[in-house]
Design a protein around this ligand. Structure first.
Ligand SMILES: *Cc1c(COP(=O)(O)O)cnc(C)c1O
Ligand SMILES: [Zn+2]
Length: 427
């Protein structure tokens, strides 16, 4: 392979690819005009510059075949752009995280039937391990020399860890103002963590520039983005399987670039098309923090025009001011009868504590945003509380301790004696 940025113009596979390198994937198809290009390191349509996504020729897949697979995302490998022998290559084996019935939070919010999909328990404690596992497979099949990403934090953690395990050189780029835990959580896996003085959108621009100049770099969310994005589908597959092979009535999903939300919808559509679940309507809701809410603002204005913003929020993992999939999020949320909503940083902090105290789940600011938006959707009458609802927790609270460290702590500091305990008045 000459460079990972080669634009393929025909649907014959890129030279040097082994048979079945991308499993049942057929081609990369333009989301705008449908034009198809060969599977390879392409991400923009040569005809109209629209985003490319993976198109498949799925074989018949049964629930039994899936259930017989491993307890990680590879149980769905027939539905992903990965080779059949994917499990033999060193990888982080993410996924198949818990779907917990949220009785207490449901009671608190007045929702009869509420579930939390808890993706904080993935190997590097966010949902990003799913997308990185698929990007790593593509990088391997394309014979990339360097595995890289621009990141708002969690992606850098996942790329650095997966690269270490796969034994591939890893370079991760982050905004220099990132939370210390997220910096350490990357640097511990790689000696090539690069902090850039700028926001995520600046870091992303730099990554595109490097991808254009350097040969053999696989930037997970730039030039192998179509493969990366497919990893988010596994969230949708798992939720359906864990509900007993059916779709929920509605689901609340955080929005940064918007990729995850669009792929959960794609997953539900695929399950319906494959006959793995019954066809039924479902609503999709998007969650943003007010300090970076370009999609929510466009939703409320009733327009398709998403105006980029300069992020200013504690929800740094969602702080993408110019979201690549924003218009598709708007389309899906509107068409499905859902909505896009945003909440303040103060409400994000409150929601982190609310989820922790009702369900014993410590989420990061992204999950605080999602749970807080769920609460606001109920309070503003935008969400039917009688319907079965799923809310996704995408990351772990230990990554953003500062968000709540000044509002929770020891109730008293006492001498080590029973008398002192009695005197403290705690009982
Ligand atoms: C990246 C990320 C998201 C959302 O990602 P998209 O770019 O919208 O796919 C949500 N939560 C967390 C914790 C993340 O790291
Ligand atoms: Zn096109």
């Amino acid at each position: 392979m000459s460079t990972l940025l080669d634009e393929n113009t025909a649907t014959t596979p890129a030279k040097g690819l082994r048979e079945g390198a991308f499993g049942n994937a057929r081609a990369l198809a333009c989301r705008e005009c449908g034009h198809e290009v060969a599977l390879g390191p392409s991400y923009a349509c040569p005809e109209c510059f629209g985003p490319l996504e993976v198109a498949y020729d799925f074989p018949a897949v049964t629930r039994e075949e899936i259930a017989a697979g491993p307890a990680n995302i590879w149980r769905y490998k027939a539905l992903l752009p990965v080779p059949d022998d994917i499990e033999q290559n060193p990888n982080m084996e993410p996924g198949f995280t818990r779907l917990l019935k949220a009785h207490n939070l449901g009671r608190e919010l007045g929702i009869d039937n509420l579930w939390v999909k808890d993706d904080s328990t993935n190997p590097t404690n966010s949902f990003k391990d799913r997308v990185v596992a698929c990007a790593l497979s593509a990088a391997r099949e394309l014979d990339a020399k360097v595995f890289a990403c621009p990141s708002t934090g969690n992606l850098a953690n996942a790329v650095a860890a997966a690269g270490a395990r796969a034994g591939i050189t890893t370079v991760v780029f982050i905004p220099s103002n990132l939370e210390t835990p997220k910096q350490v959580n990357s640097a511990v896996y790689t000696d090539r963590l690069v902090a850039v003085d700028g926001n995520y959108d600046d870091v992303n621009k730099l990554a595109s520039e490097i991808a254009g100049e350097e040969e053999g770099w696989a930037f997970v969310n730039v030039n192998v983005r179509p493969f990366y994005a497919e990893g988010s589908k596994t969230l949708g597959y798992e939720i359906a399987e864990q509900l007993g092979w059916r779709l929920p009535d509605q689901i609340v999903i955080p929005v940064a670039s918007g990729s995850q939300l669009t792929k959960v919808d794609k997953a539900f559509q695929e399950l319906i098309a494959l006959g793995l679940v019954e066809d039924k309507p479902y609503k999709i809701y998007g969650a943003q923090a007010t300090g970076c809410s370009p999609v929510s603002v466009a939703y409320k204005a009733g327009t398709d025009a998403i105006r980029p913003v300069k992020p200013d929020t504690i929800a740094k993992s969602l702080a993408i001011g110019n979201p690549a999939d924003g218009i598709y999020v708007l389309d899906i949320c509107r068409r499905s009868g859902g909505a896009v909503e945003d909440i303040t940083d103060e409400q994000v902090r409150e929601a982190i504590v609310l989820l922790a105290r009702t369900e014993g789940i410590f989420t990061e600011t992204a999950g605080g945003t999602t749970v807080g938006v769920l609460k606001k959707l109920v309070e503003t009458g935008q969400l039917d509380t009688s319907l079965e609802t799923v809310v996704i927790n995408t990351g772990h609270g230990l990554k953003t301790l500062d968000a709540v460290s000044d509002r929770v702590g020891a109730v008293a500091t006492i001498a080590p004696s029973y008398d002192a305990f009695l005197a403290s008045g705690i009982l």
